[in-house]
Design a protein. Sequence first.
Length: 237
Amino acid sequence: MAESKISENIEEYLEVLYRNGSNGEQVSTTQLSKELDIAPGSVTQMLKKLEKLGYIVYTPYKGATLTDAGMEIAQKITRKHRILEKFLHDVLKVKEENIHDQACEMEHTLSDEAERALCNMLQNPDLCPDENVIPSCNFDFDNCQQCYSLTDFDEIVYRQSNLLCISELTSPTEGKVSFIRGSSELLDDIADLGISVGSNIKCDYIKPYDDDGYNVIIDDNELTITQQMANNIFISI
């Protein structure tokens, strides 16, 4: 069960788990200890706490995987961090060596409303300055154009499922397209391939078939999509 206010410490743990295991991979205690610069014994105690809270499944001596509840929090904080990095880099022109630490300080206090405004101002970015994919928002829209058309933030409904874009997948996955991010031009290009929200999708390939795109099966039709499309087509997980 999610807390009404998640501590920054918990958010940091979940963020690292997401960064290393977004597609259900088990993340070792050693990996967490190294990235967080925290003693393994302290990491183990926190993992036990996170499991009690329902955010992870913890296997002693092996590591942890995110639950749906943990994934929701981890994606939200990761998204805010990477959007802030994009804003600090592109708009404020902050020195590159300072961007990560400043985003870390700001991500925990950035409201959902401000996050949405930043996303709209930056024109729905798919990559942060380090070229890591920015997770989807958890607002219940089919695409960014629907988000633009709703001016009152208080009317926004939150999505009930977690999403991953095609380029984040690390194992063969099947599901339905639930959200498509990007400009009207990108949406048109994706639609021209017969891909829309609700399409059945099967991703058999863990990595791009070459440098130019990914092979996917949409409603039983095999297609090749570009890297940009793969960063912006999201499926429910």
